[in-house]
Design a protein around this ligand. Structure first.
Ligand SMILES: Nc1ncnc2c1ncn2[C@@H]1O[C@H](COP(=O)(O)OP(=O)(O)O)[C@@H](O)[C@H]1O
Ligand SMILES: [Mg+2]
Length: 269
């Protein structure tokens, strides 16, 4: 039988902040062609895990492997150039700039230009900028944001800002995108739109690692789920097995959730 390719693997990952163990000996694998969700209560260590994967805040101990190769000691930009993209729990955009400008900044690492080359070869720089702009337009079309391209980010609804951030991430040609609570703060229609777009990006061969509280989103999108509590993995499996897992219910989902599930399934709670 053919093995599913492993996109991302974390091995014995530990993060300590002074006395606090935020992530405690974490292991999991993200497989190709599967949307992998990381869930758990606030403070469980989810964002810290993403920061160790991207290099934003490296591990205290352990390894991060991307397509089988250790990246744990690489700086952020090097990991990004290998194909690791992310969005942030709290949007990080230049809010006084336009949507287009934010995407162009996201694509900047991709041009060969530095200032010296730029001065030496103005024509080449112009061509690269034109190509970057065309790419940004294509991406904005793809995510349904083209008509907002010249809007200042601060004037956009929150859902549009989140979408802009996804667009900027796509400018880096990611193979894997780490989404840190993409649906938080979105209204139901924005949330549905976001799910559709994530699905569409995924179908274009970009793997997804998703941190999310909204169980609707998690259940709709993910194939595999890892559950964290106090920095430790307490469960792992497909959505159905996670929903039925006693430890997950008591640590995270709560009894109310179990009752709701039973009600929906037509059983007495
Ligand atoms: N930079 C930091 N310095 C000190 N403690 C931190 C830092 N970042 C996160 N923590 C702590 O680590 C734990 C895990 O945080 P975090 O990864 O943000 O959780 P989650 O994303 O699951 O809500 C929390 O107790 C948090 O207070
Ligand atoms: Mg977080």
């Amino acid at each position: 039988m053919e093995q599913t390719q492993v996109v991302l693997e974390v091995q014995n990952l530990v993060k300590r902040f002074d006395g606090l163990v935020a992530v405690d000996n974490l292991n999991f694998k993200v497989k190709k062609g599967r949307i992998h969700a990381l869930i758990g209560p606030n403070g469980a260590g989810k964002t810290t895990t993403v920061n160790m994967i991207t290099g934003d805040n490296p591990q205290t101990e352990g390894e991060v492997l991307f397509y089988g190769k250790s990246i744990s000691k690489m700086p952020i930009y090097e990991r990004a150039s290998l194909g690791i993209g992310r969005t942030f729990q709290n949007i990080k955009l230049f809010s006084t700039m336009t949507v287009m400008e934010n995407l162009l900044i996201g694509g900047q690492g991709k041009t060969t230009q530095n200032l010296l080359k730029y001065l030496a070869n103005f024509k080449l720089a112009q061509r690269e900028e034109r190509q970057l702009r065309e790419k940004a337009e294509e991406i904005l079309n793809f995510i349904g944001m083209y008509k907002y391209k010249d809007e200042q980010v601060s004037n956009l609804a929150y859902g549009r800002q989140k979408m802009t951030e996804l667009g900027r991430t796509l400018m880096g040609d990611p193979k894997l995108i780490l989404l840190d609570e993409p649906a938080a703060g979105l209204n139901p229609s924005e949330r549905k739109e976001f799910i559709d777009i994530i699905q569409k990006v995924f179908e274009n061969n970009v793997d997804m690692f998703l941190i999310e509280h909204n169980m609707d989103v998690v259940m709709n999108l993910s194939h595999d789920i890892t559950v964290l509590n106090f920095g430790c993995k307490i469960a792992e499996g497909d959505p159905k097995s996670i929903l039925e897992n006693e430890e997950v219910i008591s640590a995270y989902l709560g009894e109310g959730y179990r009752k709701q599930m039973k009600k929906e399934a037509g059983q007495d709670a």
